[in-house]
Write a protein that binds this ligand. Sequence first.
Ligand SMILES: NC(=O)c1ccc[n+]([C@@H]2O[C@H](COP(=O)([O-])OP(=O)(O)OC[C@H]3O[C@@H](n4cnc5c(N)ncnc54)[C@H](O)[C@@H]3O)[C@@H](O)[C@H]2O)c1
Length: 327
Amino acid sequence: MTGGAGYIGSHASKTLSQAGYDVVVLDNLSAGHREAASYGELIQGDVGNVPLVRQVLRDHEISAVMHFAALLDVGASVRDPAGYYRNNVVGTLGLLEAMAAESVRLLVFSSTCATYGEPIETPIVETHPQHPINSYGETKLAVERALPHFERAYGIRSVALRYFNAAGADPDGEIGEDHSPEIHLIPRAIHAATGGEGLQVFGDDYPTPDGTCLRDYVHVVDLADAHVKALEALSETGRSTAYNLGTGTPHSVREVIDSVERVTGRRVPWTLGPRRAGDPAVLYAAAHKAQAELHWKPRFAALDSIVATAWRWHQYHPNGYGSPAES
Ligand SMILES: NC(=O)c1ccc[n+]([C@@H]2O[C@H](COP(=O)([O-])OP(=O)(O)OC[C@H]3O[C@@H](n4cnc5c(N)ncnc54)[C@H](O)[C@@H]3O)[C@@H](O)[C@H]2O)c1
């Protein structure tokens, strides 16, 4: 697993090891946390380091790769496309080259709804045109487009999982979301509710019921579960494909704030700011394909249940992985 010391990868490694898999994590710790990789052996290194990746694949007799490692801040990707292409595209090509050389032929790839760009139709189906509007989305689409070529030439079969907004945390409160800077709405709202910096809402004049943007929040443990199902389907059928992973039910920014206030019992201080460039009004998934083909059904469909797990993680680890709460 690449990027297994990060938010989604750490949850996937817990789910995988509970399902009986042996997990080896390769992470350069540029954004991850050593403590988050407790469900697999952690090897510190870069996915673009072909000799290192080859050695890891060989030494650990790896049979399949889940590739989470990437940079994912949309705003930063607009300012630094060179860094994003180098890490997300060139790095992934190194990983694929190493897999081809070591005959590792199963890949589950973390893609994103950002590959669709501004939707022309919602809910978004997998066949929706992919026209990213930022370099982050472009880097992910570039990898998706490379995959069929690597399958034809080297036999690497793959599933691209296009996540919508990953949210929530391990219900045990052991692992959770700790990005720096934090770019995601739920942890930022919790931070604001607990005395941190106030929240800024980017625009309330969108053509949505309350004027704020609608997004599809999908629980990180449900994402982890989908990875196990996708890997098992891929190794059984050998059929490469792509799936949207979302609940299919969008929630507005205001609804998320209300949910955080309900769950925490605290007020979320927020101010209204201007719209952000490139924020579509509405993004949510048609998730029927994953449900029908992988028999995947999100367990944490209700927004309050997603927020409750993020709140529990925050209560146990108010400063993220840095310093656990005293108890
Ligand atoms: N968080 C979301 O809402 C979301 C939505 C859609 C897609 N995704 C995708 O899911 C994946 C995981 O996202 P996340 O939220 O867990 O991010 P994260 O930053 O928490 O985790 C990414 C991990 O990858 C590592 N990494 C980055 N570049 C690396 C490299 N070159 N070599 C080795 N390790 C490297 C980082 O240290 C980090 O531990 C990413 O590919 C992201 O694009 C995330």
